[in-house]
Each structure stands twice: as structure tokens, then as C-alpha cells.
Design a protein around this ligand. Sequence first.
Ligand SMILES: N[C@@H](CCC(=O)N[C@@H](CS)C(=O)NCC(=O)O)C(=O)O
Length: 258
Amino acid sequence: MNGKARRLYQFPLSLYCEKTTWNLETKGIAYTHVNLIPGPHILTAWRLAGIRTLPVLLDGNVAVGDSTDIALYLEKTYPSPSLLPAHPEQREAVLSLEQYFDDIGDHVRRCVWSLAVDSPRVNEIFFRGYSTRHPALERLLRPVLRQMIRRTFDVRTASVTASWQHVMNALELVEQRTHGNTESYLVGNSFTLADLTAAAMLAPLIGPEQSPWPDHHVTDGNAGQRALFRNRPAGEWVLHMYQQHRQAFRQESSAAMP
Ligand SMILES: N[C@@H](CCC(=O)N[C@@H](CS)C(=O)NCC(=O)O)C(=O)O
């Protein structure tokens, strides 16, 4: 690590940051979280990795952005335990599923916000995980925050309907590949980057206890949807992957820095 710090720049409730957190944890790699404020985060992400989004991993002198690129970097730099099979065909299958579920993340985010954006707790949900909070100011800015969420995540009826369809397809794919067996893996007989990505991307709709989105964090709108999804094999599969492969969610550090 070149004797320097290893840091994960993130948003506390981002599903892509959750994916990288789980990735680092599975590999047993020590690091600190740095929580950034949405908006000003761009300055840091751009300076470090030349991108606008989080997560960004700083590993000594090396900065890597994008959760998939980070996963590939980690595989190369810290090969054991590996999350990619050695067999070329299986490896190809894992990488292609990883990409598919990574893209599903955008749809999941839109669907979840469509359920939460009108909640009176929208500010609480958006800013959860930050060490410094200003409840009175947040309440005042609630209408602006709602507008910003709708615009950023394209929470319009047509887009939301299309995204729910993508989500349903993703749940079906999990069920097909695992034959409805909650203990099976998407490729081969062991936990891979495909399982990690699929479970992390679908988790905000399912709410595993070990994830950043347990039940006590969600609004009533989400509760009905969660119950529905948990009754499906794909929902049970996500819960099982979290139980078996993810330690309890925790924030090592919550310093908010631009
Ligand atoms: N494909 C990217 C997606 C990352 C992403 O969309 N991150 C969101 C947070 S969940 C973000 O940084 N959004 C802020 C922005 O777009 O300005 C990855 O896998 O890292």
C-alpha cells in the first residue's frame, strides 16, 4: 500500500459504495470510510480519480473510481480470497452478470426514491450516516431536496414504471440461475463478485439487517414493497447472501469532507 492511507470516499447510503465496502470486507482489507456531501463530492472525486461519482478508493498513491473498476483493481492487487473464478468460462459469466446487476443499481435507486421522496422523513433518509446534521435547516430545505432527488434520479412516472420492470427481470434472473434455491450461487459453487453485486444492488428493496437499509430505516411506502419481495425466492436469496457473507454494517469513520 506504499505506507500511505487506504480510504474509501463514499456516500453512507449509496448502493455502489455498499458494493465496494462489502468487496473490501470480503477480502479482509483494512480501510477508513470518508463520507462526502453530495454536490461538493465532485471536487474530491474529480481531483482523485477524474470522475464525478462515488465510490472512489484511495490505496496509497493509487486512486480508483467506479465500483467495478475498484473490484477489478482489488482482484489484481489483493488476489486472495478471490471473487473471480479461475475457469475462463465461469470468469466470463461472473463478469457479465456483474455488469448486468451493476446497471440494475440505477433502476433500484429510482424505484426506492419513488417510494421515499414524498415521505416527511425524506431529509432524514437522505442525510442518514453523516456525523453533522442540521435538522431545522433540513426541514426548511425539504421541498428543494425533493426537487433535487426527482431530477437527479429521474423520478418520473414513465421512468419509474420502466425501472420496476428492469427490477422484476433482475429478480427473475436470480431465480432462474439459482433454481429458486436460496443457498445456490449465480455461477459455480462459491460466492463471487456476481453474487456480491446482485445482492448489494437489490438490497435496498429487500432490507437485510446487515445492510445500510434495515427495516427501521425505511418509510411505510417501502414496507409493503419489501414484504412482497421477501416472499420471493430472489428476496430470500438476497437475505441469505447477506447473512452468510456480509458482516454487520458499520461506519468506521463518518468525517464529512468536501
Ligand atoms: N457505475 C458507477 C456508479 C456510481 C454512482 O452512480 N454513484 C452515485 C452514488 S450511488 C454518485 O456518485 N452520484 C453522484 C453524481 O452522479 O454526481 C459505479 O459502479 O461506481
